[in-house]
Design a protein around this ligand. Sequence first.
Ligand code: DGL
Length: 268
Amino acid sequence: MNNKAIGVFDSGLGGLTAVKEIMEIMPNESVVYFGDTGRVPYGSRSEETIIKYTKQDIAFLKQHDIKLVLAACGTASSVALPYIKECGIKTIGVVEPTVKKALSVTKNGRVGIIGTAGTIKSKSYENMLLEASKDVTVTAKACPLFVPLVENGYLNCEVTRLVASEYLEEIIKSECDTLILGCTHYPLLKDAINEITQGKIKLIDAGKAAADYVKEYLKENSAESNSQAEYSYYVSDEGADFVKIAEMFLSRKIDKINSIDIESVKVD
Ligand code: DGL
């Protein structure tokens, strides 16, 4: 038993899609969430910058009473976590759980991956899939316009379907039966993607796969909580409509979001 909270971070508010999954499948687990809204997006930044930001995000969460960190951000998980081995707390990224899930789902061994430019360039998913199985064929595609479309509420509308059909052309041609949604924002595009792929491709939500993995990890380590869950939310900038956007990702009302200065957080 461990009633400490799960620390979750993301480059912004999209990581709340993973928190939503945690709330659903682990109703007793408390969550401390940090969204780096002042420095989002991470997806188009250099490796060096993403590593620096990720270290600070983890250091901030460690100031709270937490038992582990979930990096909900596909970009931070792909680009930074492989370089951050020693941060003094168990840290779980989205890549490994999602790869395991994709491999258990694919029937024809053809797996597609979509994510930010940083995630795709890192080949994090691709390398892990190919290491795990020799029989897998991977098609990866960066979809940089998806994040701003989601943040502006363009979920299943003409412009989004148009962009999606362009981005998914290669994925569809590759005849993959499984597609990894390797970015926090993409679960909100499931309907649009399903329309373009005519529902023929099984979509793997990285946040959901990671939440399932955390649940299993806590169970295996007898570290589940048996107390009433509490949720606290922190951001590094209160941008326009940030509460509305946060509630869209979380699919529930948020009473309070605290603002912090992430640049002043020291990394040890
Ligand atoms: N949270 C990021 C991810 O999952 C998307 C937004 C960004 O580029 O920072 O990769």
